[in-house]
Design a protein. Structure first.
Length: 250
């Protein structure tokens, strides 16, 4: 009886604010205690706040790269700089994962990592028709929102997606090796479209897998690692869809 009253009270608070309060009796997955459920929701909110900041920063850097002519020309006409920018995120990622629990080093490294990887995304967008970029952005937003909502719903119903780990890892390694082979043995535009479609499928699976990991397995101190993981999933999904649409448009 008291549980029912608590849930009704939570629903009323959410209704007055115009939103449904996800923490008012919404258990993340079966068997989770009330205190753990509240702590977990706080952790999830923190991760998505960091993730939203990363995506916003990536959007701003990409817009700067595309529309600010001096930066655009500098990046387009300097292959050495592009090569440096390609490997620069890895130089920030290693210390970021090492110091992810040390403040403020973790946020500084996270910002540098996000800016460095955003510049390469901006170059890719600058070399693509604006209509195709917009279509890829809309599709990515729809896919991420749908898969995230589904994973939270499925987790509440007791479903587990940990079995996807080995399958996705094997598929990702195969995708990377295929991409390296295409650099030396080009297979034509159709193969690029297929490569983009397979990449979109794989990273869609990773969004489900890593969101499930966020709900159940990431520790409360791993908010930086969780946000980086989801950020890379979303970014790679966007680039895969962009590649697919670009080849289809051509």
């Amino acid at each position: 009886m008291f549980e029912t009253q608590r849930q009704e009270a939570g629903y009323t608070r959410g209704s007055k604010s115009g939103e449904f309060d996800l923490e008012s009796g919404e258990t993340l997955y079966p068997g989770l205690s009330l205190s753990e459920n509240q702590l977990r929701w706080g952790f999830i909110r923190k991760v998505y706040a960091i993730l939203s900041t990363q995506i916003l920063l990536t959007t701003l850097v990409s817009l700067l790269t595309v529309f600010y002519i001096p930066v655009n020309q500098l990046l387009r006409g300097n292959s050495t700089l592009l090569l440096i920018l390609l490997f620069l995120p890895f130089l920030f990622l290693i210390p970021l994962l090492k110091f992810q629990q040390k403040h403020p080093h973790n946020y500084i490294l996270l910002g540098l990592f996000t800016v460095s990887i955003s510049s390469t995304v901006g170059v890719t967008c600058a070399n693509t028709d604006g209509k195709v970029v917009l279509e890829a952005l809309i599709l990515t937003s729809a896919v991420v929102s749908s898969l995230t909502a589904y994973t939270f719903w499925a987790s509440k119903k007791g479903k587990d997606f940990s079995f996807l780990g080995p399958v996705l890892f094997t598929s990702l390694i195969t995708l990377i090796l295929t991409g390296l082979m295409q650099m030396f043995f080009p297979l034509g535009p159709m193969s690029h479209a297929i490569y983009g479609a397979l990449g979109a499928i794989i990273f869609s699976g990773y969004i489900v897998y890593d969101t499930d990991h966020l709900i159940k397995r990431f520790t409360y101190d791993e908010y930086i690692g969780a946000s980086v993981t989801l950020y890379l999933d979303i970014l790679n999904l966007f680039l895969s869809i962009l590649r697919l649409l670009r080849e289809a448009n051509n």
